[in-house]
Design a protein around this ligand. Structure first.
Ligand SMILES: [Zn+2]
Length: 135
């Protein structure tokens, strides 16, 4: 399979679609019985300093990976991203969720005060967090 390229973009209403979500959207559904393994490579590079910066997927992108990839017939094997240390990191969705548990809790706690977050988003974050809470 050829790699699919995607970038972050601003859509109608000023909302930003992150590159991860754009990449998932661009994937054609895989209809065979056995899910197809895919990996995601995320990078953020500065045009001015020519260096990499933190591109670790955000909570919403993690939810998109957990929800939409299996629905399209894919299983996510590895996630590669550029870190704050400008290095490339390799991880899995499970590791990322466990690592980000605290931020997910904060996201959910803040949502009580911030009514802007959609019910759908909150449900996805809760579901993803609960999935790995035991590990
Ligand atoms: Zn994101």
């Amino acid at each position: 399979m050829k790699p699919k390229l995607a970038t972050s973009k601003i859509v109608k209403g000023g909302m930003t679609i992150h590159a991860e979500q754009d990449a998932i959207k661009k994937l054609k559904p895989h209809s065979q019985r056995k899910p197809k393994k895919v990996s995601l490579i995320v990078g953020k590079f500065s045009k001015t300093s020519k260096t990499a910066s933190d591109s670790m997927p955000c909570i919403k992108c993690m939810c998109a990976m957990a929800n939409y990839l299996p629905k399209k017939g894919y299983v996510l094997e590895y996630i590669y991203y550029t870190g704050v240390d400008k290095d490339i990191h390799c991880t899995t969705l499970k590791k990322l969720v466990i690592q980000e548990k605290f931020h997910m809790s904060m996201y959910l706690a803040k949502s009580v005060l911030n009514k802007k977050k959609s019910v759908h988003d909150l449900k996805m974050v809760k579901k993803l967090k609960a999935k790995y809470d035991k590990s």
